[in-house]
Design a protein around this ligand. Structure first.
Ligand SMILES: Nc1ncnc2c1ncn2[C@@H]1O[C@H](COP(=O)(O)OP(=O)(O)OP(=O)(O)O)[C@@H](O)[C@H]1O
Ligand SMILES: [Mg+2]
Length: 270
């Protein structure tokens, strides 16, 4: 593919999108370096899925520009599609098929020579070997999510989008997904994920951006984000601000009252 290695894996400039009179994206700018993990944080309805859908060519933007793997999402949508995989917010596994059959199907669709071998390798990697022969309608939420991510890795796309990859997973399954995402980036894949979970961004991402009221209001490494707050007062123990403190300081609301409320809402939603 005609891409240069110095180019950003994802480049977004002045991106605009409205749904009728709802102006969701109001000039979104960011870049994602190749082989890095980029987390897009934002509350419900901030526009995270909208951005992911534009970048994966499922949705057209109204203004600005976006390129993935060096290809413009509007004028070279086919090249973008060949460069990416998307794991959507809602699992895309076929319930009538077994886990292994789902994987074989995707490998066939991607015209790969050895679908069975690929399926078995991924089942092993995502701890699904035993469940591989069962219909996915019998899988737990975490198992489906792992299968979903495994399916997105077939064909080794250079850029993968994960829209809320761990929503609804228990802590153990979350750790498994985090491990898989880190392995991917370690092997050179660029990963862009969205999350509402601040500790997910904190644990996984090389860079974190916060989408708020249609714009990226902060974009930096965890250390840079933490440096935005004045250092915690040294009393008897030194306390570093958590990403959650930074988040609430920037978007408003208190880490105490509002933070707690938000956590409760998240639990109710999942
Ligand atoms: N097809 C659509 N038609 C009209 N409005 C839409 C459509 N899709 C999204 N929206 C609106 O655009 C806004 C952004 O939605 P989006 O799904 O991108 O947010 P999100 O950040 O992914 O939220 P969540 O965390 O709940 O997944 C919301 O106000 C939503 O209601
Ligand atoms: Mg969403």
């Amino acid at each position: 593919m005609a891409t240069s290695t110095t180019q950003a894996a994802i480049a977004v400039a002045g991106l605009e999108k409205s749904y009728k009179d709802v102006h969701v994206l109001r000039g979104v700018d960011f870049e994602v370096e190749r082989g890095s993990i980029f987390a897009l944080l934002g509350s419900n309805g901030a526009g995270k899925t909208t951005i992911v859908n534009i970048l994966s060519t499922l949705l057209k933007h109204d203004g600005g520009a976006a390129a993935v793997n060096g290809f413009d999402v509007a004028s070279a949508a086919g090249d973008v599609r060949e460069s990416i995989s998307l794991t959507g917010q809602f699992a895309a596994v076929d319930e009538i098929l077994t886990g292994r059959e789902n994987l074989v199907l995707v490998a066939r669709l991607r015209h790969l020579p050895n679908p069975g071998e690929i399926a078995d390798g991924l089942l092993e990697r995502f701890s699904l070997t035993e469940a591989g022969g069962r219909r996915t309608s019998t899988y737990s939420g975490g198992m489906r999510r792992r299968l979903d991510i495994a399916m997105s890795l077939i064909g080794n796309p250079p850029v993968i989008f994960l829209d809320e990859p761990t929503t609804g997973l228990d802590p153990e399954a979350r750790l498994e997904v985090w491990g898989a995402v880190k392995d991917l980036a370690g092997a050179g894949t660029t990963v862009m994920l969205t999350t509402q979970t601040l500790d997910e961004a904190e644990h996984l991402a090389d860079r974190i951006a916060i989408l708020h009221e249609g714009r990226i209001i902060v974009n930096g490494t965890l250390a840079e984000l933490k440096a935005l707050l004045p250092p915690a007062k040294v009393e008897y123990v030194e306390k570093q601000p958590t990403l959650e403190d930074v988040y609430f300081a920037i978007v408003g609301g208190g880490a105490g009252g509002a933070g707690k409320g938000a956590a409760t809402n998240r639990e109710e939603l999942s």
